[in-house]
Design a protein around this ligand. Structure first.
Ligand SMILES: NC(=O)c1ccc[n+]([C@@H]2O[C@H](COP(=O)([O-])OP(=O)(O)OC[C@H]3O[C@@H](n4cnc5c(N)ncnc54)[C@H](O)[C@@H]3O)[C@@H](O)[C@H]2O)c1
Length: 368
């Protein structure tokens, strides 16, 4: 399977057994710990007042050569925003599962029925296959609508909507209460959802209602999730969301306030990293992903153009695989990233660094 191959090719690790270097015993008080070994110091802190030597040359690798592994066995991850096997949420679930984490999903209520039916009928079986041959399982699948914090927020037309009938306990606070009851604590929280009803309209033509709906579904939902799930998180846990370069560069066509929502999400990532870091000792990062032909992206209408544009203009000329984002999310949720928080991490084949579109007709000298 393509996604599995990428996971392997990326070296995303799969249920590794060894203790990571980060899990070694803490140094004795007053002793500065070199990062890798006492002989080959790389970036080893030195005591104050000692004249620094030139950066020590590494003559011999001190690791045992078996690689740095990500072992998330025993960790519990709640992922909000999976409704099929095509998007980033699924790919993140898959990579976290490859690393051994247990996964529960929060599925948007109107999409839940079709997701569960497809799941039962085996439509996702091929995508569920892990590299050890087993199928990815979900500990729990909860109905969720991240736009509502409590039942008091839900208007009558949604309560009476037949797509919500037969489901209960799907507001963010109720969902968090269910997770607390079923699981107690969690270690990883993933927000992989967005919605902007007027996404096809330029910002200049976006209504107040459409703009606020985009902000509510795509950025406040993240604040709400962390408010309710933060108290359930074990110390050292990690929180991830998904953003897009339209937050700080103009991407015509990504309208309806979605660019504003992503800008808010990136800014909130920093503030929440501070607040949740201090309050719950968890890290908060966001991944700015390159274009992917997910269901949500197809609804915007120009995703194939964006994929082609990226292919032509990014430093790395290949189509982004969702599992490449899953791999980075897994790293960010692992102890290997224990000092990384508040960051927007670009996983986009490098497209975001470009200041010039190499395939622009105006660069074609033959046309000059
Ligand atoms: N596809 C891209 O090109 C791209 C690029 C950068 C960032 N992203 C971001 O990645 C994230 C995941 O999107 P995707 O592209 O993988 O598409 P996707 O369709 O797989 O995921 C979006 C999910 O959001 C859910 N959702 C929508 N409204 C919701 C609500 N009110 N409550 C709960 N769930 C809700 C949908 O059911 C869906 O499962 C989004 O934040 C998106 O903005 C996507």
């Amino acid at each position: 399977m393509a996604s599995q191959a990428v996971c392997k090719a990326q070296g995303v690790v799969v249920g590794a057994l060894r203790t990571s270097v980060l899990a070694r015993p803490a140094p004795r008080a007053g002793v500065l710990a070199p990062m890798y070994s006492t002989k080959t110091q790389v970036f080893a802190p030195r005591p104050m007042g000692v004249r620094s030597r030139k950066m020590a040359t590494v003559t011999k690798a001190s690791a045992n050569g078996a690689g740095l592994n990500i072992d998330l066995r025993g960790k519990k991850a709640f992922i909000a925003g999976v409704a099929d096997d095509q998007g980033f949420g699924w790919a993140i679930a898959k990579c976290l599962a490859e690393a051994g984490a247990e996964i529960s999903l929060g599925v948007w209520v109107p999409a839940l029925n079709i997701f569960e039916t497809s799941f039962r009928r085996g439509k996702f079986d091929e995508s569920r296959r892990l590299s050890n041959g087993s199928l990815m399982e979900f500990a729990h699948i909860y109905p969720m609508d991240a736009v509502f914090d409590t039942m008091d927020d839900v208007p009558a037309d949604v309560k009476d909507n037949k797509r919500y009938a037969g489901n209960e306990g799907w507001t963010v606070s109720e969902c968090a209460a269910k997770v607390a009851k079923d699981w107690g604590k969690i270690d990883i929280l993933v927000h992989s959802l967005a919605n902007g009803p007027e996404v096809q309209k330029p910002l200049l033509e976006t209504s107040r209602r459409g703009y606020l709906a985009a902000m509510s579904a795509s950025s406040y939902s993240f604040v709400s999730l962390l408010q309710r799930f933060g108290p359930l998180m074990n110390e050292g846990g990690a929180v991830i969301s998904l953003t897009y370069v339209a937050a700080d560069r103009v991407i015509p066509g990504y309208g309806g306030g979605m660019s504003s929502a992503k800008a808010a999400l990136e800014s909130d990532t920093k503030v929440l990293a501070y607040e949740a870091g201090r309050k719950y000792s968890v890290r908060v990062n966001t991944i700015s992903a390159g274009p992917l032909g997910s269901r949500a992206a197809k609804a915007i209408g120009f995703i194939d153009d964006m994929i082609r544009y990226s292919y032509e203009n990014a430093p790395i000329q290949k189509e982004l695989a969702a599992t490449e984002v899953g791999a980075v999310a897994t790293f960010l949720c692992s102890p290997l990233a224990s000092a990384v928080t508040g960051q927007t991490v670009y996983v986009d084949n490098g497209l975001s660094i470009m200041g010039l579109a190499g395939d622009s007709k105006t660069l074609d000298r033959a046309n000059a």
